[in-house]
Design a protein around this ligand. Structure first.
Ligand SMILES: [Zn+2]
Length: 201
């Protein structure tokens, strides 16, 4: 792919190639780091490599049925357990249909607010969970999706963006406890409509 450095008024302000001070990451009041070494700021090249599902929608994982779907209804699906997690629950929320946030039908998006309330409450039904974090990045798959992460009760080091880092380093949930948590979230969601574990017999 023929890439060029991205150029904008913003990009022209950036110290590309420099290693920046990581002090703000340590000093942040939510920080879980005692010490961080940043990589040098890499050149920002465009066009970017296509995201999953962008070139060939038949390759889109969100569009294919999955054994990891813990709940779905006609419009939305929640998946979890496709990778190990160290938090009490980590799951992905996505429309059943391949849409982008940029141009998703408004009647679909109008149902997202109530769904986020349901997901938040379902995740908090897991024992030991204080709060449900919701995130939308959109850098991996083109298919619109959000993440739900369970912040353990009392884990002040897991506030804000720190929680995702902790998920990478905490010991993976034992299989039986993970299954139990998936079941609690799936059943809590299904109590408001839809089907728990549609991919299981
Ligand atoms: Zn898709």
């Amino acid at each position: 792919m023929d890439q060029q450095p991205a150029d904008s008024a913003y990009h022209r302000t950036l110290p590309i190639g420099e290693r920046l001070s990581s002090r703000p990451l340590v000093d942040d009041r939510f920080s879980c780091f005692e010490e961080v070494t940043l990589k040098a700021l890499e050149p920002m090249l465009v066009p970017e490599a296509p995201r999953a599902g962008e070139v060939d929608r038949s390759e889109c994982g969100h569009c294919r049925p999955s054994e990891h779907t813990i709940w779905h209804d006609d419009l939305w699906q929640v998946r979890s357990g496709f990778t190990p997690f160290g938090l009490p629950f980590v799951g992905g929320i996505a429309p059943r249909e391949h849409v982008l946030l940029d141009d998703a039908p408004l009647d679909l998006l109008a149902t997202l607010g109530p769904l986020l309330q349901r997901v938040s409450n379902a995740v908090k039904a897991v024992p030991g969970v204080a709060r449900t974090h919701l995130a939308r990045w959109g850098d991996g798959s083109e298919h619109f999706h959000l993440w739900a992460l369970a912040r353990p009760a009392g884990m002040m080091q897991g506030r804000g963006a720190m929680l995702a880092f902790w998920d990478d380093v905490l010991p993976p949930l034992p299989d039986d406890l993970r299954e139990q948590h998936l079941g609690i979230v799936a059943e809590a969601l299904a109590a408001g409509g839809g089907t728990p574990f549609p991919g299981r017999d």
